[in-house]
Design a protein around this ligand. Structure first.
Ligand SMILES: [Zn+2]
Length: 142
Protein backbone atom coordinates (compact mmCIF):
# COMPACT_ATOMS: atom_id res chain seq x y z
CA UNK A 1 0.00 0.00 0.00
CA UNK A 2 1.25 3.44 -0.81
CA UNK A 3 2.07 5.69 2.06
CA UNK A 4 0.10 8.57 0.67
CA UNK A 5 -2.93 6.38 0.36
CA UNK A 6 -2.56 5.25 3.96
CA UNK A 7 -2.30 8.84 5.13
CA UNK A 8 -5.22 9.88 3.01
CA UNK A 9 -7.41 7.14 4.47
CA UNK A 10 -6.26 8.01 7.97
CA UNK A 11 -7.19 11.62 7.37
CA UNK A 12 -10.62 10.56 6.23
CA UNK A 13 -11.20 9.01 9.62
CA UNK A 14 -10.32 5.41 8.83
CA UNK A 15 -9.35 4.08 12.25
CA UNK A 16 -7.33 1.15 10.92
CA UNK A 17 -5.27 3.46 8.76
CA UNK A 18 -4.77 5.77 11.72
CA UNK A 19 -3.48 2.89 13.81
CA UNK A 20 -1.21 1.78 10.99
CA UNK A 21 0.25 5.30 10.78
CA UNK A 22 0.90 5.22 14.50
CA UNK A 23 2.56 1.83 14.21
CA UNK A 24 4.81 3.15 11.47
CA UNK A 25 5.64 6.27 13.46
CA UNK A 26 3.91 8.57 11.03
CA UNK A 27 2.42 11.77 12.37
CA UNK A 28 -0.50 12.95 10.33
CA UNK A 29 -0.69 16.64 9.46
CA UNK A 30 -2.22 19.07 11.93
CA UNK A 31 -5.96 18.42 12.28
CA UNK A 32 -6.63 22.15 12.54
CA UNK A 33 -4.64 23.61 9.68
CA UNK A 34 -3.04 20.74 7.78
CA UNK A 35 0.58 21.74 8.42
CA UNK A 36 3.23 19.16 9.14
CA UNK A 37 3.61 18.84 12.87
CA UNK A 38 6.77 18.68 14.98
CA UNK A 39 7.21 15.62 17.15
CA UNK A 40 9.34 16.17 20.24
CA UNK A 41 10.21 13.10 22.18
CA UNK A 42 11.67 13.47 25.65
CA UNK A 43 13.05 10.20 26.94
CA UNK A 44 12.44 9.16 30.53
CA UNK A 45 15.10 10.40 32.89
CA UNK A 46 16.02 10.89 36.52
CA UNK A 47 16.79 14.30 37.87
CA UNK A 48 20.41 14.18 38.94
CA UNK A 49 20.53 17.69 40.38
CA UNK A 50 16.98 18.31 41.47
CA UNK A 51 16.79 14.95 43.19
CA UNK A 52 13.66 15.99 45.07
CA UNK A 53 11.79 15.85 41.78
CA UNK A 54 10.21 12.57 40.80
CA UNK A 55 11.75 10.67 37.93
CA UNK A 56 10.46 11.91 34.65
CA UNK A 57 8.48 9.19 32.96
CA UNK A 58 9.17 10.46 29.51
CA UNK A 59 6.91 12.32 27.24
CA UNK A 60 6.24 13.16 23.70
CA UNK A 61 4.82 16.43 22.51
CA UNK A 62 3.35 17.04 19.12
CA UNK A 63 3.07 20.64 18.13
CA UNK A 64 1.94 22.47 15.07
CA UNK A 65 4.32 25.21 13.93
CA UNK A 66 1.52 27.09 12.20
CA UNK A 67 -1.28 27.17 14.74
CA UNK A 68 -2.02 26.51 18.40
CA UNK A 69 -2.60 22.81 18.03
CA UNK A 70 -0.70 20.52 20.37
CA UNK A 71 -1.06 16.99 21.58
CA UNK A 72 0.99 14.74 23.81
CA UNK A 73 1.46 11.36 25.37
CA UNK A 74 3.84 9.61 27.70
CA UNK A 75 5.57 7.89 24.82
CA UNK A 76 5.91 8.69 21.17
CA UNK A 77 3.53 5.86 20.43
CA UNK A 78 0.92 7.22 22.81
CA UNK A 79 1.32 10.76 21.50
CA UNK A 80 0.99 9.57 17.93
CA UNK A 81 -2.02 7.53 18.89
CA UNK A 82 -3.70 10.58 20.40
CA UNK A 83 -2.65 12.73 17.50
CA UNK A 84 -3.49 10.35 14.69
CA UNK A 85 -6.77 9.24 16.13
CA UNK A 86 -9.19 11.77 14.88
CA UNK A 87 -12.77 11.74 13.92
CA UNK A 88 -13.67 11.73 10.33
CA UNK A 89 -13.89 15.30 9.15
CA UNK A 90 -17.45 16.47 8.78
CA UNK A 91 -17.63 15.51 5.17
CA UNK A 92 -20.00 12.87 4.07
CA UNK A 93 -22.67 11.97 1.68
CA UNK A 94 -26.12 13.40 2.06
CA UNK A 95 -27.63 9.97 2.52
CA UNK A 96 -25.49 9.49 5.65
CA UNK A 97 -26.20 12.90 7.05
CA UNK A 98 -28.35 13.58 10.07
CA UNK A 99 -29.82 16.58 8.28
CA UNK A 100 -31.30 14.58 5.48
CA UNK A 101 -34.81 13.30 5.80
CA UNK A 102 -36.40 10.44 3.97
CA UNK A 103 -38.76 11.08 1.12
CA UNK A 104 -41.12 13.92 1.72
CA UNK A 105 -44.45 14.76 0.23
CA UNK A 106 -45.50 18.37 0.01
CA UNK A 107 -48.74 19.18 -1.69
CA UNK A 108 -48.80 16.96 -4.71
CA UNK A 109 -45.09 16.89 -5.10
CA UNK A 110 -42.87 14.12 -3.81
CA UNK A 111 -39.33 14.98 -2.93
CA UNK A 112 -36.49 12.54 -2.63
CA UNK A 113 -34.08 13.07 0.20
CA UNK A 114 -34.46 16.54 1.58
CA UNK A 115 -31.81 18.48 3.45
CA UNK A 116 -33.18 20.09 6.58
CA UNK A 117 -30.09 21.97 7.64
CA UNK A 118 -31.97 25.17 7.00
CA UNK A 119 -35.54 24.74 8.22
CA UNK A 120 -36.76 27.53 5.94
CA UNK A 121 -35.25 26.15 2.83
CA UNK A 122 -36.42 22.77 1.71
CA UNK A 123 -34.30 21.38 -1.03
CA UNK A 124 -33.95 18.01 -2.48
CA UNK A 125 -30.49 16.52 -2.39
CA UNK A 126 -28.59 13.95 -4.31
CA UNK A 127 -28.07 11.10 -1.82
CA UNK A 128 -24.50 10.75 -3.03
CA UNK A 129 -23.84 14.45 -2.88
CA UNK A 130 -21.61 16.20 -0.41
CA UNK A 131 -21.94 19.45 1.42
CA UNK A 132 -20.28 21.51 4.12
CA UNK A 133 -23.07 20.99 6.59
CA UNK A 134 -22.57 17.31 6.99
CA UNK A 135 -23.47 15.98 10.40
CA UNK A 136 -22.96 12.27 10.93
CA UNK A 137 -25.96 10.32 12.05
CA UNK A 138 -25.59 8.78 15.47
CA UNK A 139 -22.94 6.11 15.16
CA UNK A 140 -24.31 2.79 16.42
CA UNK A 141 -21.32 1.67 18.52
CA UNK A 142 -19.39 4.79 19.28
ZN1 LIG B 1 -1.99 23.63 12.77
Amino acid sequence: MELSDLKRRALLGDRQAQEECTRQGIALPCPCCGSDVIVNEIPPHKHTLATFMPDYEGGCFIECPSCNYANCGKTKHEALMNHNRRPAPPIGRCKDCAHSSPRMVMGNKTYGKVCKIDPYLVHEVNPDGYCDGFKPKEAPND
